[in-house]
Design a protein. Structure first.
Length: 177
């Protein structure tokens, strides 16, 4: 797979556009790996497509067997919010995902080496070494309504869980960076 980089202006950055692109690649069974800031998008020859947030090990399935999956992504001029549905880890040649109920699935055959390289490119700094600009971008990944959420309110990600049982700890950790 030939590596190609393309510089985009802020006006050209479009999360939903990247989702559409990687889902099209999955439908064509074309394996691609794309980074956009701190996010990693990938499609596979089996027709699957995923969006990853490597900083928090969050995953969102975008396509399965070439078919687009419903996703919850909200985007405005300066922020975006992603309704993450799973967590992930990479172990050797295995891509392991766990949903919010704790059920996990192990997938073999994904382009793990390319995904790992993309993750490294998207997160070149070790924790605590990130310059302020990188921390601000990371906070965008956790974007939610500007109004403060109460701990017993529904989580901003759309999971249906209370905020305190879903993203509250991760959001508080991101704010401390």
């Amino acid at each position: 797979m030939a590596k190609r980089q393309q510089l985009l202006s802020r006006e050209q950055i479009n999360i939903k556009g990247e989702v559409e692109y990687i889902v099209r690649c999955a439908a064509e069974h074309d394996a691609r790996v794309v980074t956009l800031g701190l996010l990693v998008f990938f499609s596979t020859e089996t027709g699957d497509a995923w969006l990853l947030n490597p900083g928090d090990h969050l995953a969102l399935c975008l396509a399965r067997d070439g078919d687009a999956q419903p996703v919850n992504i909200t985007e405005s001029a300066g922020t975006f919010a992603i309704g993450w549905e799973m967590t992930y880890q990479i172990s050797g040649d295995r891509f392991i995902v766990a949903d919010q109920s704790g059920q996990s699935r192990t997938i073999i055959g994904y382009p793990i080496r390319e995904i790992a390289c993309a993750i490294e490119r998207s997160h070149p700094f070790k924790c605590g070494d990130q310059p302020e600009a990188a921390r601000q971008i990371e906070r965008l990944v956790h974007a939610r309504d500007e109004l403060s959420l109460g701990r017993n309110e529904p989580c901003w990600c759309g999971s249906g869980k209370k905020y305190k049982h879903c993203h509250m700890k991760a959001d508080q950790s991101a704010e401390r960076l």
